[in-house]
Design a protein around this ligand. Structure first.
Ligand SMILES: Nc1ncnc2c1ncn2[C@@H]1O[C@H](COP(=O)(O)OP(=O)(O)OP(=O)(O)O)[C@@H](O)[C@H]1O
Ligand SMILES: [Mg+2]
Length: 239
């Protein structure tokens, strides 16, 4: 039972979430992307976000991960207002606490797969040798061990997606945001990637916000929220 009067839990069940979005509104010019969406993610929870194309899923990820700021509403992470942090602190926090897999091209074209994965470690102060070694282990976990020396332009879409996932996880973040991480994979490779992602998240207590169109992928999550037209749909409503 919740105690009444707890500022963060008036409508929430259970403990205060690690990451919460309240009534987010975001428009791009005259196009509304989010129209008052609220979502909460608990520590170690795997949450799937589904919904039709254009419903606001990627926008939600950008706001929750501090990549963009909402026009209205609040994003709270670990007890602080993420949407109000100065840019410099936000960048630092993203580097230490978050791992992000974007929906579209994000690997650095000039770097090989292993150096793309090792980059966040180098930025955190690891030596080149340590970064390479740990990056290699992560590539192995995601089934792209033979491709360390290839540049993104030489990888298949599915291989690039797995390299991006390895890069998001390599620093041991508290929250991983993954936008369609299996979108370019066939169902077997998709299962392998999801198994590796879920296993890693469970082992390390990582919270995961997983955007997907695929019901089989969403089934790996603890819980699912569906967006429709910039709003979270009530459970049981068809998208
Ligand atoms: N940078 C942008 N500039 C202009 N409009 C944008 C931008 N990003 C998103 N939008 C618009 O905001 C709405 C929500 O887009 P968003 O990318 O969040 O949808 P999505 O649910 O991720 O879709 P998809 O499943 O196709 O990836 C869409 O109408 C889209 O056209
Ligand atoms: Mg999207």
């Amino acid at each position: 039972m919740n105690h009444r009067g707890d500022a963060m839990s008036d409508k929430e069940e259970g403990p205060v979430p690690l990451l919460a979005a309240r009534s987010l509104v975001k428009a791009y010019g005259r196009t509304p992307a989010l129209r008052g969406a609220s979502v909460a993610l608990g520590a170690g929870e795997i949450l799937a976000v589904t919904g039709a194309s254009g419903s606001g899923k990627s926008t939600l990820l950008h706001l929750l991960s501090g990549i963009a700021r909402p026009d209205e509403g609040a994003v709270t992470y670990d007890g602080q207002r993420l949407d109000r942090l100065p840019e410099r602190r936000l960048t630092e926090l993203r580097r230490t606490d978050f791992g992000v897999v974007f929906q579209f091209g994000q690997l650095i074209p000039e770097l090989t797969a292993v150096d793309n994965v090792g980059l966040p470690l180098l930025l955190a102060g690891a030596s080149r040798a340590t970064a390479r070694e740990r990056a290699g282990e992560w590539l192995e976990r995601f089934g792209v061990r033979g491709q360390e020396g290839l540049r993104p332009g030489e990888l298949s879409g599915g291989q690039a997606q797995r390299v991006a996932l390895a890069r998001a996880l390599v620093t041991g973040p508290r929250v991983v945001f993954a936008d369609e991480p299996t979108g370019a994979l066939d169902s077997l490779a998709g299962e392998q990637v999801m198994t590796a992602l879920v296993h890693t998240a469970r082992e390390a207590g990582t919270a995961v916000l997983l955007i997907t169109h695929d019901a089989q992928v969403a089934a790996y999550a603890d819980r699912e929220v569906r967006l429709g037209d910039g709003l979270v749909l009530p459970a049981g409503v068809a998208a």
